[in-house]
Write a protein that binds this ligand. Structure first.
Ligand SMILES: *[C@@H]1O[C@H](CO)[C@@H](O)[C@H](O)[C@H]1NC(C)=O
Ligand SMILES: [Zn+2]
Length: 397
């Protein structure tokens, strides 16, 4: 990409200046480096129309190409800046929108009884764990694992992935959703798209197109889920982040520059620095999927397969908080039917340590350095229902 070349030349230029002159770098040089990058990028990002949510219309932002964003509130691409990130989907993550997630779930409502059981028809699935630098993510091999009983529709939902959120080490907040102000120790999202859509991207522009089951984990309450344990067992295998096409390539160079020059950001959102700048569709990168991984997850030989019963991923007590919200990372599409388990599932301290050791896509960082929790969003008058789903006598059937 010409863009990367220009950036590299800028860095090399500065390094040469330094060597040639023996000049003690001042921030003016560093600023110049940043300006060089900024100037090269198209300056029209901020001109896009905001979605008309202020007029009561729902904003539906289609997910698609992955973009570079961070969970660092001090960064120009942190959560406070996400609304600027995705070209041409500006404003999708605008916190003034009224269907955003995660939320602090109010707990004073009565429990209603859902008519149908929430369950998968399949009891045995196979998949793999990967680290995309945002979170560890389990993906089933089969693309027809259907969840039945999601409220508000008679349609089933197809499982896309199971991924994990957790906070910065030592912080009190470790889950995206909180329940009555209460924090737990980690949170899993089981992401599905409605079966009448081809994929999450297509489903993301329709209300209820996506269903996410959130499972909160606690080291002190609930019982362990064998299915989650099977996933957790593989965490060590994906500790390293190895992605040849890191969308944060540019950001990593900036981090490098900032570290050399000891620069701090001024809090401005750097919408323009996101490397998903308007690439014509024909030039969009093709996602290369590694078919064979070595044990340490490099592309080459085989990678451990994970077998699990998807019904074991669901909450044992079958009580969920249900509300309409959004994806919790860009594009923040407001298409999500949320089902947040009311009671936690048990997690061991060792597993929390294994999660904390997983690398992020920012060079040299762990995901747990900043965590991967979006700030809580306003409930904005939404109703949160508490639903008790019918249970079978035995959990795992
Ligand atoms: C999603 O499905 C649509 C329709 O089949 C297709 O055009 C699109 O490429 C798919 N997107 C992804 C990300 O797979
Ligand atoms: Zn998530």
């Amino acid at each position: 990409m010409a863009f990367k070349v220009v950036l590299m030349l800028g860095v090399v230029f500065l390094a040469q200046q330094s060597l040639a002159t023996g000049f003690d770098f001042t921030t003016s040089y560093a600023r110049k480096a940043l300006t060089l990058v900024e100037d090269y990028l198209p300056g029209h990002y901020n001109d896009f129309n905001p979605h008309p949510t202020s007029h009561g219309e729902r904003a539906f932002c289609q997910t698609g190409e992955e973009s570079c964003f961070s969970y660092d509130p001090d960064s120009g691409i942190g959560p406070q800046c996400w609304f600027k990130i995705d070209y041409p989907r500006n404003k999708c993550c605008d916190e003034r929108n009224s269907f955003q997630s995660p939320i602090d779930i109010p707990v004073n409502q009565r429990t209603r009884h859902a008519r149908n059981r929430l369950r998968y028809r399949r009891n045995h699935i196979k998949g793999e764990l990967e680290n995309n630098g945002i979170y560890p993510k389990f993906e089933p091999e089969d693309d027809n694992i259907r969840l039945y009983g999601v409220p508000g529709t008679h349609r089933s939902y197809i499982m896309d992935n199971v991924h994990f959120h957790f906070g910065p080490r030592g912080d009190e907040r470790q889950t995206e959703h909180t329940i009555g102000g209460h924090n737990f120790d980690a949170e899993a999202h089981i992401v599905h798209h409605r079966s009448d859509f081809a994929n999450v991207s297509e489903a993301s522009v329709h209300k209820g197109g996506i269903a996410v089951v959130a499972i909160l984990f606690s080291t002190e309450h609930g019982s362990k889920s064998p299915a989650f344990e099977n996933i957790f067992r593989e965490l060590g295998e994906v500790e390293d982040f190895e992605d040849e096409e890191n969308v944060c390539f540019l950001e990593n160079i900036l981090i490098f520059i900032k570290r050399i020059f000891n620069l701090e950001e001024d809090g401005r959102c750097r919408s323009a620095l996101i490397p998903t700048f308007p690439a014509p569709p024909s030039q969009q990168k093709v996602h290369r999927k590694c078919l064979l991984h070595t044990k340490d997850s490099r592309c080459g030989e085989h990678k451990d397969e994970i077998y699990l019963n998807p019904n074991e991923l669901l909450s044992e007590c079958a009580v969920y908080y249900n509300y309409d919200g959004s994806l919790t990372s860009p594009t923040c599409s407001e298409a999500v039917t949320w089902l947040v388990a009311a009671e936690p599932t048990r997690i061991s301290k060792e597993t929390l340590k294994a999660l904390a050791a997983v690398e992020s896509r920012f060079t040299g960082d762990k995901i747990s350095d900043k965590g991967n929790l979006r700030p809580l969003q306003s409930l904005a008058g939404r109703e949160v229902k508490k639903l008790r789903f019918p249970k079978r006598k035995h959990r795992y059937h």
